[in-house]
Ligand binder design. Structure first.
Ligand SMILES: [Zn+2]
Length: 197
């Protein structure tokens, strides 16, 4: 990927305000200077559309054979839906019901078809893995896995392969006692704390 394109992608994430710089306490308890507020990706549809256009270019380049775009709820819905719209494919989403990733029975055309999975932000790869298992149980052939941001910078492997991403970003996380931002006396923010159950 060219320098200009990476720059363009980074700027779009900044424009969406999903990519925040500061001093954050992550769910792991570690501190970081970068945080993704992923819900922000869908707050500005016009910016999201520009991001999706770039993702669509990547998918077109790979040229996987697929009938459906499948994304995990909720954040992935707008992203996968827009991707499917632009590629003239069908769309379905998966959701957790009693902890188990499932697809609503109303998506009756999906079983036995070919799909790609589109996710917003890949952190541990856990939810993508769950979507994959769910689709396999429906005899769906998964011919590609894409995400907008890979926070593991290619470290997370799904079936032995890194996930295709628009932005692969290694986020540094520090133990609180070794955090350079604490040492600089920057105020610590715990983002999204009020939303977590
Ligand atoms: Zn700190």
């Amino acid at each position: 990927m060219s320098e200009n394109r990476s720059e363009l992608i980074l700027n779009l994430f900044k424009e969406s305000q999903a990519l925040l710089k500061g001093h954050f306490k992550l769910t792991s308890g570690k501190h970081s200077d970068v945080y993704f507020e992923k819900i922000k990706l869908i707050e500005r549809p016009a910016v999201l559309e520009k991001i999706i256009n770039l993702l669509v270019e990547e998918i077109r380049k790979d040229n996987p054979e697929f009938d459906y775009v499948v994304s995990p709820a909720y954040g992935g819905i707008a992203i996968g839906f827009l991707t499917a719209l632009k590629l003239n494919k069908l769309f379905a989403f998966s959701q957790r019901v009693e902890e188990k990733m499932t697809v609503r029975s109303g998506f009756a055309g999906l079983p036995g078809q070919r799909a790609i999975i589109v996710e917003d932000i890949l952190t541990t790869g856990g939810s993508v893995q769950e979507v994959l298992e769910c689709l396999k149980s429906l005899q769906v052939t998964v011919n590609g896995i894409y995400c907008l941001v890979d926070r593991s910078a290619g470290q997370v492997l799904i079936e032995g392969k890194p996930v295709r991403s628009l932005l692969a970003l290694k986020v540094s996380a520090y133990e609180p006692e070794a955090c350079p931002l604490c040492q600089q006396g920057l105020p610590l923010v715990k983002p999204g704390a009020s939303d977590k159950k």
